[in-house]
Design a protein around this ligand. Structure first.
Ligand code: NIG
Ligand code: FE
Length: 415
């Protein structure tokens, strides 16, 4: 391929490449970005690109001073689920705690009942309504967890619906089998049997049918112990699946250390993680995925130890945690704003958290998360004056265009 052998090119844009090399946004001002097939073919000065494109007759989009970032990556969601939990939201505002509601059979269990009771079509439709809002904000890759089935058939249905989203919408999906999310009511008398089933035959068959790209477990006082979690993670590791762990959301059970000991791609939440956990994450290269909208919804007081994570060199990602209980949030931009204001990330850290580091958290950094030649042509166009605006405005959506796998999709607000 030679310069100018492109399918399309965007000129007169400012790029925030998020590529390694400096601590900033990787800004390339007055630039152009050209696409061939599904990949980025060329990045360079707009004037050069315009000349080459004109000579070769390449379709050319004049970005007129817009900013272009990598497509945003929401690396932690539970976007496929039945029903909602607005009644619990009201209960919490009357004083009940998340843990109390969970122990009384609500919480995750109530979404399990709703999810089991819905058809695939209904799950697809409600997820689609949420997906549409995320895509409008420049999201091009989304991670989707199961975990509201807690029986083999419904876990598989959830993963199947998640896979189907990538066929129905212009977005790439990574699926995660969240086999240990809560103990389902029918196993209350025999926790061990549930852990064995979820870690054994179900996992084996889910792997065999290619439904999951990774696994996840909720290691917490109201969910699963470190020993139970270790049983599940060990099985996943033997099956060759990458690992995520819900760690330190409500208490410190040593889940971050456990995640790191299994070489997890990510440990998520981390409001309660101690110095040992931070050290372990750093040593293992595990990404810390911060979920400020869950923190906000649960009205938590102590944010994750961002200074310690930063000082230890742990890579930090930011995601919506879109779920009906702790984070009824379909705005990645709101998550970025809250990561800055509530957790103290800088805007560049927050944006890296939904691009380069989110790609790492999903194990897809080889082809996504930065604007670099050879990577996937996934990017978003923004009507902003500087990148920090993506973390600044609350409730605004400056996304005016999205390119997914080299193909422009309709503007951000109408995916
Ligand atoms: O990420 N912590 C566990 N899982 C979800 C909450 C699930 C729910 O409440 O439905 C979370 O916060
Ligand atoms: Fe979650």
């Amino acid at each position: 391929m030679h310069d100018g052998d492109w399918d399309r090119v965007w000129i007169n844009a400012h790029l925030a490449t998020m590529a390694p090399g400096d601590d900033g946004y990787g800004v390339v001002p007055d630039a152009a970005i050209a696409v061939k097939g599904e990949s980025i073919a060329w990045i360079g000065p707009a004037a050069t690109a315009a000349r080459l494109a004109a000579r070769a007759g390449v379709p050319t989009h004049d970005a007129k001073g817009l900013w272009i970032t990598p497509g945003l990556i929401d690396c932690h969601t539970h976007i496929v689920h039945g029903g909602n939990r607005v009644a619990e939201f009201e209960q919490r505002l009357h004083g009940a705690s998340y843990e109390e509601i969970a122990r009384a059979g609500g919480g995750i269990q109530s979404t399990v009942r709703a999810t089991r009771g819905e058809t695939d079509e209904a799950l697809r439709a409600s997820a689609g309504r949420r997906i549409r809002r995320l895509l409008a904000e420049g999201v091009t890759t989304i991670e989707i967890k199961s975990g509201y089935g807690l029986d083999e058939a419904t876990e598989r249905r959830m993963l199947g619906v998640a896979r189907g989203i990538a066929r129905e919408w212009p977005v790439s999906v990574r699926t995660t089998y969240l086999g240990l999310h809560a103990l389902p009511a029918e196993y209350r008398a025999d926790r061990g049997a549930y852990v064995e089933a979820a870690s054994g035959a179900w996992l084996e068959r889910i792997v065999a049918s290619g439904l999951a790209d990774a696994v996840d477990a909720f290691c917490e006082s109201i969910a699963f112990t470190p020993a139970e979690t270790a049983r599940f993670l060990g099985a996943a590791q033997r099956a060759g699946l990458p690992i995520h762990v819900h760690a330190g959301q409500l208490s410190d059970l040593g889940a971050a250390e456990l995640a790191a000991s299994y070489g997890a791609l990510s440990a998520d939440h981390l409001e309660y993680v101690g110095a040992d956990g931070v050290r372990a994450l750093a040593a293992a290269g595990t990404v810390a995925v911060l979920l400020p909208c869950a923190y906000f919804t649960l009205r938590q007081r102590d944010p994750p130890p961002v200074d310690a994570l930063r000082a230890a060199g742990v890579r930090i990602a930011v995601a919506t945690d879109c779920n009906p209980g702790t984070s009824p949030c379909t705005s990645i931009l709101l998550a970025l704003a809250m990561a800055c204001t509530a957790f103290g990330l800088t805007p560049v850290e927050a944006l890296r958290g939904a691009t380069a580091n989110a790609a790492r958290a999903l194990g897809v950094a080889h082809d996504r998360g930065t604007l670099e030649v050879g990577k996937r042509a996934d990017f978003a166009l923004w009507a902003i004056d500087r990148p920090a605006e993506l973390c600044y405005a609350l409730g605004a959506n400056p996304c005016v265009g999205v390119v997914h796998r080299g193909r422009p999709r309709a503007t951000g607000s109408e995916p």
